[in-house]
Write a protein of this length. Sequence first.
Length: 320
Amino acid sequence: MFSNTTAIGADVGRHSLRIAVITYGGEVITATTHSLREKQTADYIVHELVAAIKNIRSEVAGKGINPVCIGISAKGFIDHRNGIILGPDRGIKGWKDVPLARLVNSQTGLPVFVGNDANLMTIAEQRFGAARNYANVVFVALRTGIGGGIIINGRLYRGTNNAGGEIGQMIINYDDGMSDTGIRGSFEHNASALALVRRYLELSGRKGKQAERYLTGKEIFELSYKNDTAARKAVRENAKLVGIGLANLITIFAPEIIVLGGGMSQARDSYLNMIRKSAFSNSLENCRAEVKIERAQLGANAPLLGSAYYGILRLAGKKI
């Protein structure tokens, strides 16, 4: 019914703005990336977003393509019905209670729909990626922080006030330190890429915020492949902790599939296998019986695909 319909998908990241024109069937017709300056305000983000939308519309107009709407992926809590960014500010001055859909609509004339980035990545993986044809899905984004989304019986679970699915904030070790969200022992604080860096520095005797700032999770994985003792131990511990977080999700939701996205999910198969072992050995047998744990397939395109698809569905009056 919508096979040739196109929408603009936009992803507002911390350091860049990505935008694409995508068909309902998931074909990316064109995509661009725009760097964002270090110090940002809400007005600046809206200005850059509108400019990028106008540019990509002009580009595809020459090919006879006219997108019907705009979907926007953003971090934080979102009033998805009204397209309002609720916050927190995520380092963008004034990025709270921003009526983003209305602001972008007023300058482009297109219907605009806004969603949380992890939720839209979840939708994309279920429609186009690793979770295709599954009705009960948990998506976990393993990156600097940990985000995620939950699909139950084919519908995205939002919870009260659109606040559900904050997977990274479940507690897996109450005796551990306090996260920047004020939650003690969270999954994110213990198992994210930042936690991997922090643990590697402890094991290698290089503690300190300065050292944390210049190391990445990817670099620690690379060190582990070169048999660096501290890196190998940090990765093993991290995989165990990720698995414990997934075990909680398995026992609570008994999903058909857990999809792992984010940069950490691109590590070697040995890391994924350690996660599976930990998850399955720490969850109830009946709950884990049919669960698969797989890598995401869409990579950096997931929020773009998810936002465009979401926009078309919302425009058509469909719930998701």
